[in-house]
Write a protein that binds this ligand. Structure first.
Ligand code: FES
Ligand code: FES
Length: 156
C-alpha cells in the first residue's frame, strides 16, 4: 500500500504494509537512524518522535496511523535553533554519556518545552518519565532542561 508521510517537513512516498511499525520505516526505508530501538515495546523512549506536537514512541505506532501527519525526528529537529540550545545545555550539564537515549530524550524535552517553557524540576522529571537513560543520571538531564529553558528564553 502506498503512503505519503510528512517527514521532517518533506513529503515522502513509501510502499509498505499499513501495519509496519513506524520505527522500522524510519530507520530502514527512510534511513533516519537517529531514531533508536531499545525495548521495542513502548517502555524506554529511545524511539521517541514528535507527531505534530505530541511525543510518541514510534515502536508502538503503525505506518497506517500516521499518513499525512507531520512527523519530526531528531534529524529534522537538529536543524533548528532550539535544538542547538538543548544540545549546548546537555553538553554543559554533562547530560550525555553513551548517547543512546539522547535523541529520544531531546525530542521529549522539545515536547515539554513547547507546552511549558519554564518547567520546574518535578515537571521535567514527569515529562521525561517515559525516557530511560542507563548511564548519565537524571539530575544532569534535569539541569540541562532548566538551563535550556533559561538560555533559550523566547524560543519556546
Ligand atoms: S524502543 Fe520504543 S519505547 Fe523502547
Ligand atoms: S546516555 Fe547512555 S543511555 Fe542515556
Amino acid at each position: 500500500m502506498k503512503f505519503t508521510l510528512m517527514l521532517n517537513g518533506e513529503q515522502r512516498d513509501f510502499d509498505c504494509e499499513p501495519t509496519r511499525r513506524l520505527l522500522d520505516l524510519l530507520r530502514g526505508d527512510a534511513g533516519l537512524t537517529g531514531v533508536k530501538e531499545g525495548c521495542g515495546q513502548g517502555e524506554c523512549g529511545a524511539c521517541s518522535i514528535l507527531l505534530g506536537d505530541r511525543l510518541v514512541n514510534s515502536c508502538m505506532v503503525a505506518v497506517g496511523q500516521v499518513a499525512d501527519r507531520p512527523i519530526t525526528t531528531i534529524e529534522g529537529y537538529s536543524r533548528t535553533t532550539r535544538f542547538a540550545v538543548l544540545r549546548d545545555a546537555f553538553g554543559k550539564a554533562g547530560a550525555v554519556q553513551c548517547g543512546f537515549c539522547t535523541p529520544g530524550m531531546i525530542m521529549a524535552c522539545e515536547a515539554l518545552l513547547r507546552q511549558n517553557n519554564r518547567p520546574r524540576a518535578p515537571e521535567i522529571r514527569l515529562a521525561l518519565a517515559g525516557n530511560l537513560c542507563r548511564c548519565t543520571g537524571y539530575n544532569m538531564i534535569v539541569d540541562a532542561v532548566e538551563t535550556a529553558a533559561r538560555e533559550g528564553k523566547g524560543l519556546w
